[in-house]
Design a protein around this ligand. Sequence first.
Ligand SMILES: *Cc1c(COP(=O)(O)O)cnc(C)c1O
Length: 336
Amino acid sequence: MNLAKFPRVRLAHLPTPLEPLPRLSAALRGPEIWIKRDDCTGLSTGGNKTRKLEFLMAEALAQGADIVLTQGATQSNHARQTAAAAARLGMDCHLLLEDRTGYNHPNYKYNGNVLLDVLHGASIEHRGPGLDMNAEMEAVAERLRADGRRPYTIPGGGSNPTGALGYVNCALELLGQLVDLGLDVNHIVTATGSAGTQAGLITGLKAMNAQIALLGIGVRAPRAKQEENVFDLAVRTAGKLGCPGVVVREDVVANTDYVGPGYGVAADSTLEAIDMFARTEAILLDPVYSGKGAAGLIDLIRKGRFTSGQRVVFLHTGGAIGLTGYTHEFDVASRA
Ligand SMILES: *Cc1c(COP(=O)(O)O)cnc(C)c1O
């Protein structure tokens, strides 16, 4: 495996910190919990999409694109990081935002990621729920081509084999940090959505024969579907890297018990996780992804799935800017 042969533009502050969470670990009385701070990748409030965009935007530049297109939910962290990356590289950016939640709160529609999309100069189109958003985006790209533009389309979440290389790179970075610190880790836990993060991580871990179990906590799809999506992308990513067969189906494990009412809608356990991380470690999670990932981590510790004597790394994938789009979930008025 040779990641250096793929074009890459530097967009992220790397390596991201790997830190212990002593107060959270003590509160849960389970394993020693560490956190990998991919919320600190640095581009326009950070997050996991920046690692993927290092490889995706390099491909866009290599193809001579003058505008990048992508799609996501209204409060998409991926859309915001893509808008920021495009601004940084002097390219135009066009976003298709899907109303996946039906929320009409002004903060949801205009604050958080949407505010930053606008500040980075992206143009925005909206779509109702339930459409094939990648097909919608390809139709817009066709229109742009007819107008003489050179669009580069990025699938939702930046999850294709090119984007997943960013998380192969994260696996290598994390393994290096563990060696430096002399830390033996049993499990890595992270939120999983469009699958690129988990697929890239498992490909990198398996290619390095790391023997660390990876658990994805789902935010949308049912378990079988999520695992199938991750495995399919991991297989294609391993193929791109020249190490086919390195990931087997059993390596891909997702738990989708913490989705709650649906994508982009917080469950009680999501809000509890946000509260707990903020109060014990001053770490901000988001209601769509990292809050659900952390809810899974917390509940599985309580259920004895991870135990004292073990060491777990929680990969923080970012998203906290979305909190300002979700003020309706927090009883601020009565407490401030
Ligand atoms: C996109 C996203 C995820 C999920 O990553 P995928 O690669 O889409 O599975 C997790 N957390 C945050 C904050 C995200 O924006």
